[in-house]
Design a protein around this ligand. Structure first.
Ligand code: EPU
Length: 437
């Protein structure tokens, strides 16, 4: 089990190129099940993406990765089931469901895994597929057996919540369905727009109204396309926060600044100087951040839930009191226990977390509770006085390409040790001097 060894009191400085967006690449790979030969560029090298490629191969696609480019070639036949080991490896495996039913008229999958962020039901996905003509029954405990005996049928769908995954599943199911599907209350995240751009490039007929309604006119079949995945706005936001927390400066390159507006607004208000160019953002952090005010997570274009933990790490050492309201997930404060170990002052009541900034955090023995919570813990440890050891970093590998390498290139005192850490909580172990790994 790998660990990070963090020296503390780092100051970030330099520039970093941001990789392609995990949450755009995953649904695009799921959609490749129903497309012709595709070339997917800027596809990030992450463990979640590796799972998606395994699922694609299992479903009968030949997949070749060369650097950041993935080539997919759909073979005849293929399986309509996803084994439990792949389904349980990540939440996004459920987004393959619509494509499998579109291709085979049936599918068999178990319930998806992913980060523990509280309840993560899939009722919106299933209700929509049912309305499109899919019969769904549960076999045993947790296997979904789906069939569409008369094929998928376009319909009117009003989502009770703008679920990102459900919107993606419906779009993929609808592109080759009979007739027109209209989704109101759909998610509007940039990753959804990227999926739509990919599918339209393959010959789909999808339009987005100014009111956010997505209309999909079913087509007979899809051809292939060469598509470049959009930059990862959450990875970009994480590096910007790294500079903000450590009183450093960073230029994130190859980004879409328009996707970062809500995050930049908070960092700007907290005293950071922000300069945006067409595809980069330069941020300079103050010696100590001001309080962040009230940070409410909301569907896009609101402040993203995926940035909540990282911004909370910034609030932990800022002046004054910041208040977080997590509106998307009901269990996304698991990182708080780790920030408390560093000396943060955070009180959680249900969906609200009140963070009173302390002048200095100290190092500690920490673990990553989930992907973004793990990134938050790393940034807090970088700003702290004294060394830290951070375990369970596999969560970070799901969403950041070589996270410690990128931070080290920016001047951070962090390194990854692949050997198993023996649980020694001695501070000298964290410093690396007498560490037993
Ligand atoms: N929800 C339901 N029923 C459903 C679907 C969702 O109640 O059928 C609820 C969820 O329980 C949750 C809320 O709706 O409370 C939002 O869920 P959503 O479906 O929008 O999220 P997701 O598709 O599971 C994606 C991202 C997450 C990101 C959320 C919200 C991917 C692969 N994952 O998840 O990313 O937090 O949208 O923006 O796109 C991450 O990258 O760290 C991550 C967790």
């Amino acid at each position: 089990m790998a660990v990070y060894i963090v020296g503390g009191k780092s100051r970030i400085g330099g520039s970093v190129r941001i990789h392609g967006a995990k949450n755009a690449a995953l649904p695009i790979l799921a959609a490749a099940v129903i497309c012709g030969d595709c070339v997917i560029e800027n596809c990030p090298d992450l463990t979640d993406v590796a799972v998606a490629l395994d699922i694609l191969q299992h479903l009968g696609c030949r997949v070749v990765r060369e650097g950041g480019t993935v080539y997919t070639h759909r073979l005849e036949g293929g399986d309509h089931c996803i084994p439990d080991a792949l389904m349980s490896a990540m939440r996004s495996s459920i987004v393959f469901l619509g494509g499998i039913i579109a291709r085979h008229g049936k599918a068999e999958v178990t319930l998806p895994g992913g980060c523990e962020l509280g309840k993560r039901p899939i009722d919106i996905h299933l209700a929509a597929l049912r309305r499109m003509g899919v019969r769904i029954r549960e076999k045993g405990s947790g296997t979904l057996v789906c069939s569409a005996p008369r094929g998928l049928q376009g319909t009117e769908l009003a989502l009770p919540f703008p679920s990102v995954g459900a919107t993606e599943n419906i779009i993929i199911a609808a592109v080759t369905a009979r007739g027109t599907t209209r989704i109101t209350g759909a998610a509007r995240e940039p990753e959804i727009r990227d999926l739509i751009a990919f599918l339209n490039g393959c010959g789909a007929q999808i339009t987005c109204g100014v009111d956010g309604t997505i209309t999909i006119q079913g087509v007979e079949k899809l051809h292939g396309v060469t598509h470049r995945v959009i930059p990862d706005r959450i990875a970009a936001g994480t590096f910007l926060c790294a500079a903000a927390i450590t009183g450093g400066s960073v230029e994130v390159q190859d980004v879409n600044p328009g996707h970062l507006l809500s995050t930049l607004a908070y960092l700007n208000n907290a005293g950071c100087s922000v300069t945006t160019r067409i595809d980069s953002v330069l941020l300079r952090g103050p010696e100590r951040l001001n309080e962040l005010g009230i940070v409410k997570t909301l569907p896009y274009p609101g402040f993203p839930t995926d940035m909540q933990a990282v911004l909370m790490a910034a609030a932990a050492g800022a002046k004054g009191t910041s208040v977080f309201v997590e509106n998307i997930f009901d269990g996304r404060y698991r990182h708080v226990s780790e920030l408390l170990k560093l000396g943060a002052d955070i009180r959680v009541l249900d969906r609200v977390a009140v963070v009173t900034g302390v002048p200095e955090l100290h190092g500690g023995q920490l673990r990553c509770t989930d992907l973004r919570g793990g990134a938050a813990v790393v940034l807090a440890a970088l700003s702290a006085q004294g060394p830290s050891v951070i375990r369970e970093i596999r969560h970070i590998d799901r969403g950041y390409e070589d996270f410690s390498g990128s931070l080290r290139a920016l001047g951070a005192d962090i390194r990854r040790e692949e050997a198993e850490w023996n649980g020694n909580t001695d501070q000298s172990a964290a410093s690396g001097d007498e560490k037993k790994l």
